[in-house]
Write a protein that binds this ligand. Structure first.
Ligand code: GLC
Length: 557
């Protein structure tokens, strides 16, 4: 485990504070039963791979029964495994095998909405307007002469109206896809059921939880409801009707009691897309304990932006007492080599590729992508991130240096964003294409059948088997970096070292481990320190353009 004893206390820091967590998108990881969808036995068959990679934990995106209207984030039953992905017994074996290799398991909890196939929603549809069953969701009468218009003009995160009409004429709120009705978190049964779910997985040995859209659960839907334009003018300061409300932390305080009733306490990390100064509320020990910060993911490959993001987030972590989290890629955004290889301008603050917008609009010319440059910058950014204090979240396939897949025909696309924006935005399918494990075979070793999303030809060159045999590959770099990170990891903390250049960042950890990233085009001379470089290449005593090196005194390695 990536821990070492903090000299200021006698206790070893909690495992999650500086963990390297690898995100598995189960349906696209490995397919053991040959149906084109990845599954839990597939993960089981790759436990050696995960252990060799040198990660501390895996986080599994949803594997629950689902009609896959939103890649599994439409959950039909929170306490079971999708039969296409395996059984609860398979899940238990997977946890056991991962634990045996020292890898913790984090699962995804999706509390803002259920699937429309969830028993509760089916019951609500059947029970009709005014019924107790409808109270668990957010049903309203429509507007217009006969209620034929939605209650408001709100737009869902995937485009189109946020309301859908049911047969008897009422409308329900769905912040995401039509198939994802929002739950009513004022309802005690909703609260009680999620506690039951947290206990269910904790009892099965799960070590922690990733909380999906943690900032959206509670809502103030007092009539009259504001219009979309009015909503946009309301500050998001804890009292906004829909987003990042302070009262959401009452839910997490109750969950905290559940987490702390286990030994060791279960952990949680919030997926909260909130202004960074609001992050400490989610990361506080009495709330979820840790929160993603997506600032690095939103930054350009730029020294000033990276430095600001790090300084700001370390200050926020100090405020909450949590450790910071760092993310460059996940299942919702364009892969970072692609982001860094496109020269499209991204407006400040916009999330690149978040639900499809931004960097690779449908119809964009993929030849505009500088593949090698993007990958070079991605390596530099990854090594920078892995040197930071706090935990690092990696997304499956980034260790292979995969680019976003643009070549997916409209009829093969799955992401609701693509369809609800009139095919104007690609959506997130391009980062969810099944992994290439070998250079040939019907799905490049993913499974025995054609994969659920098509793999492009260029995936073969990035297959695990190919990269494992190549010392200069991205996979070899990740393995070396993660192994060394464990060795070098010491107390949290970071001190900037002036470099005399605006485009070169250098920082030192308290134990002497240093990271130097050259964001610019000119080499950066290291002088005598070149002799202590333990990772990354040095050419003529200098850090080449767009690359990172790690420096460590001999006593650490
Ligand atoms: C989160 C998930 C995303 C999903 C959405 C709705 O943002 O990461 O994949 O579509 O929530 O559940």
């Amino acid at each position: 485990m990536a821990t070492s004893v903090d000299p200021t206390t006698s206790e070893a820091p909690a495992w999650w504070r500086q963990a390297a967590v690898y995100q598995i998108y189960p349906r696209s990881f490995a397919d053991a039963n040959g149906d084109g969808l990845g599954d839990i036995p597939g993960i089981l068959s790759r436990v050696d791979y995960l252990a060799d990679l040198g990660i501390d934990a895996v986080w599994l995106s949803p594997f629950y029964p689902s009609a896959l209207a939103d890649g599994g984030y439409d959950v039909a039953d929170y306490r079971d495994v999708d039969p296409r992905l395996g059984t609860l017994a398979d899940f238990d074996t997977m946890v056991e095998d991962l634990h045996a290799r020292g890898i913790k398991v984090v699962v995804d909890i999706v509390p803002n909405h259920t699937s429309d196939l969830h028993a509760w929603f089916q019951e609500a549809l059947a029970a009709g307007r005014g019924s107790a069953a409808r109270e668990r969701y957010i049903f309203r009468e429509g507007t217009g002469e006969n209620g034929e218009l939605p209650p408001t003009d709100w737009v869902s995160m995937f485009g189109g109206s946020a309301w859908e009409r049911v047969e008897d004429g009422q409308w329900y709120l769905h912040s995401f896809a039509i198939e994802q009705p929002d739950l009513n978190w004022d309802h005690p049964e909703v609260r009680a059921d999620f506690v039951k779910t947290l206990r269910f997985w904790s009892d099965r040995g799960v070590d922690g939880f990733r909380i999906d859209v943690a900032h959206m659960l509670t809502k103030d839907l007092t009539e009259p409801l504001p219009s979309r334009d009015e909503l946009a003018l309301i500050p998001i300061d804890g009292n906004h009707p829909l987003l990042d409300r302070d009262d959401v932390h009452e839910i997490y305080a109750e969950w905290r009691e559940v987490f702390d009733s286990y030994d060791p306490p279960r952990t949680a990390v919030a997926e909260a897309w909130v202004a960074s100064d609001r992050v400490p509320k989610y990361a506080a020990p009495e709330s979820l304990g840790q929160s993603f910060n997506f600032d690095l993911l939103m930054a350009h490959f730029d020294a000033r932006q990276f430095r600001d993001v790090v300084a700001h987030n370390l200050a926020l972590a100090a405020e909450s007492g949590s450790s910071s989290t760092w993310v460059l890629s996940n299942h919702d955004v364009f892969r970072h080599p692609t982001r860094y290889g496109l020269s499209l301008p991204v407006p400040e603050g916009e999330v690149p590729g978040r639900h499809g917008g931004g960097w690779l609009e449908a119809g964009a010319d993929p030849s505009a992508l500088d593949r090698d440059g993007g990958l070079r910058r991605a390596h530099a950014a990854t090594l920078f991130m892995l040197g930071l204090p706090g935990s690092a979240y990696l997304y499956q396939g980034e260790e292979l240096g995969l680019h976003e897949v643009a070549e997916i025909a409209p009829e093969q696309r799955q992401d609701p964003t693509f369809f609800r924006t009139n095919q104007e935005q690609y959506g997130r399918d391009g980062c969810r294409v099944p992994l290439p494990w070998s250079a040939d075979g019907p799905s490049l070793g993913f499974g025995a059948a054609a994969p659920h999303l098509p793999q492009p030809e260029w995936f073969a060159a990035s297959a695990v088997e190919v990269e494992a045999a190549d010392e200069a590959s991205t996979l070899s770099l990740y393995r070396a970096a993660l192994r060394l990170r464990r060795e070098l990891q010491g107390p949290e903390g970071l001190e900037w070292i002036e470099t005399g250049r605006d485009d070169v960042l250098r920082f030192a950890r308290p134990n002497g481990w240093q990271v130097v990233t050259n964001f610019g085009a000119e080499p950066f001379d290291l002088g005598a320190d070149a002799a202590d470089v333990v990772l990354g290449s040095v050419v003529d005593g200098a850090v080449p353009a767009e690359s990172t090196v790690w420096i460590a005194p001999a006593s650490l390695v």
